[in-house]
Design a protein around this ligand. Structure first.
Ligand code: C2G
Length: 132
């Protein structure tokens, strides 16, 4: 069984996230998503609309996702890859090159980011809607 892992906040889930998760799952048979905890989001200077528990519940409902684990630090990826016997690490291309240190442990794949959608775009558009 080929195991794939990916990491992210996945707040205000949108079709760019789904595109990523779909393609990540196509890389293997079992997809693990490490979802950023609320505390780790603070470290990333990201404020999520949905709590960790609710973002986790939403991700677990997605057909491409087999397992959801917490992401609590920048330094857990090697341990996660070893512990979960991961074959491929997949991220969107906005992270190109940032996680190449994992190449000693698994395949590292950066997939083209979906253009035209992002959680911050959703927030901005909704704000502008109010001011329209
Ligand atoms: N993504 C994408 N296309 C978009 C938006 C996001 O392909 N239009 C991808 C990102 O590249 C990432 C994943 O979806 O691979 C999750 O995106 P975020 O929730 O924004 O995650 P991020 O804050 O980048 O967290 O340790 C890694 C970090 O936790 C990544």
């Amino acid at each position: 069984m080929k195991k794939v892992i990916t990491y992210g906040t996945f707040d205000l889930l949108h079709w760019g996230h789904i595109n990523l998760l779909k393609r990540a799952k196509e890389m293997g048979d079992y997809l693990i998503v490490a979802i950023s905890s609320d505390a780790f989001n603070d470290l990333k200077n990201k404020k999520s609309y949905h709590s960790f528990e609710n973002r986790k519940m939403i991700l677990e409902a997605i057909r491409y996702v087999d397992e959801v684990i917490p992401e609590e630090s920048w330094d857990q990826k090697i341990e996660d890859v070893i512990k979960h016997e991961v074959d491929s690490f997949v991220m969107g291309s906005d992270w190109e090159g940032k996680f190449d240190f994992l190449k000693d442990y698994c395949e590292v794949i950066y997939l083209p980011r979906t253009v035209g959608i992002s959680t911050s775009k959703i927030k901005d558009d909704l704000l502008n809607l109010d001011n329209a």
